[in-house]
Design a protein around this ligand. Sequence first.
Ligand code: UT7
Length: 319
Amino acid sequence: MLQTTPPQHAAIEAFGAYRPARVVTNDELATRVDTSDEWITTRVGIKERRYAAAHETVVSMAVEAGRDALGKAGVAGGEVDLLIVATCTAPSQLPSAAPQVAHLLGASAPGAYDVNAACAGFCYSLAQASHAIQAGAAQKALVIGVEKLTDWIDHDDRTTSIIFADGAGAAVVGRSGAQGIGPTVWGSAGDRPEAIIIRSRDQLLEMDGRAVFRWATTEVRAEVDRICGASGLSLRDIDIFVPHQANMRIIDNMLRALDFRDDVVVARDIALAGNTSAASIPLAIDTLLDAGQATSGDKVLTIGFGAGLTFAGQVFEMP
Ligand code: UT7
């Protein structure tokens, strides 16, 4: 029998975000591909999105979002002993982005690694940070979802170029007197690898949008009740619902089928942020906090889903 540290509780302390400066409207995209503001608005619910400039890299955007979250939590970079970057658009195969992000934030030799679970990456990484703190493997974790999808989309393909965008969102996770992050429900469907795929480093993203839409509105939707139940709650207890920002019609479809309260706050950040994959959930939460639509202690249910296929979600208490 080996010695172990006593179990701890983990909670989120603050969120942060970084949005690239450049706003790209539907009308701008319609000058390049055969589409329209009307089609994108009604079929996807996006009005505009952000595109990173050359100097806005996965690492630099992650650093900015991380710094924002640390500042809001009142935590110094040097206190971070675990840094997880959720991304599927890291510029290099090796090294991963997290050690560089940690170094630039002044963290002193933390555990640092990337997670590639596509659009579910933030929820997977939040789970790992929570587990590490609960197990005593870390005391202060920084979880960052970041993507520069514009490097990986075919800007002449109207089925993907109108959806994907860039940005970063972050959360500080620390020890707490009570558990503020519920059990994670996660899973995968590895029989559908081609639904969303980048075949190699010199190829661009391909997506079977209809297949992903169908999966999200059937199998993924059914997981929302399980996520809630894992925390011992009913959907009526949930104050804020933050699904992955993939398509406004997927969000509306989920809402129609799920028994949330009428006054549940629903993240609809996709309208102004587009689909930023692993960054979409923390960015959407940051938007709700900025707009005063979220209060400390609110019960938030998240669910991320995407390439793999993978999904993950949990309930947490808003810091
Ligand atoms: O974040 C990772 C997870 N990803 C997702 O969850 C994405 C899920 N899928 C979707 O959000 C939707 O499937 C899309 C937004 C990708 C596509 O919307 P859709 O309503 O499923 O469109 P569709 O592919 O069934 O296409 C309908 C029509 C087609 O024309 P025809 O064959 O009916 O004549 C397409 O060629 O719309 C056409 N179309 C477009 N028209 C104008 C496809 N893209 C466009 C476009 N502008 N950008």
